[in-house]
Write a protein that binds this ligand. Structure first.
Ligand code: 4NP
Length: 150
């Protein structure tokens, strides 16, 4: 019998910059996981990703489409891994995790071979360099994650 695909949810504050980028990068690396992304805050619900996120991924040949949505408590049961982008994300996720789901929460840079502490939030930057850094940290962290969880 075919096994169920594992499921991973990428999470950040607004779900228009870092977590949709991580989702699209991961989808581009593997077909073996179902991926989605979600926000911890409500401000951009229903919105497309930031134009700079779309452009940055386009420059690496990756298409990004997503409608921002809030994380739900059900997500902690549905997904096998819930991956945040910085320490604040992890703190918020731990605070809302239903019983026995806290072990699903991971910080993406736990897997970074170059040991970045976090994926910095590029939203308030005036340019797009922060989005390129986001791409690089997510790509190398997710490649490493896959090499042990592929
Ligand atoms: P993200 O960036 O968490 O990487 O999507 C942000 C986007 C929007 C806001 C904060 C962070 N905001 O406060 O609107």
């Amino acid at each position: 019998m075919a096994e169920r695909k594992r499921k991973i949810l990428f999470v950040c504050l607004g779900n228009i910059c870092r977590s949709p980028m991580a989702m699209a990068i991961f989808r581009n690396l593997t077909d073996d996981w179902d991926c989605d992304s979600a926000a911890l805050g409500p401000w951009h619900t229903g919105n497309s990703p930031d134009r700079r996120a779309i452009k940055t991924l386009e420059s690496y040949g990756i298409k990004l489409t997503h409608a921002a949505r809030m994380i739900t408590s059900n997500d902690f049961h549905t997904f096998d891994i819930i991956m945040g982008m910085d320490h604040e994300n992890i703190k918020t996720l731990r605070g809302m995790a239903p019983p026995k789901t806290e072990n699903k929460i991971k910080l993406i840079t736990e897997f970074d071979p170059e040991k970045a502490d976090i994926v910095p939030d590029p939203y308030y930057d005036s340019g797009a360099e922060g989005f390129d850094l986001c791409y690089k940290i997510c790509k190398r962290s997710l490649e490493k994650f896959l090499s042990t969880n592929g």
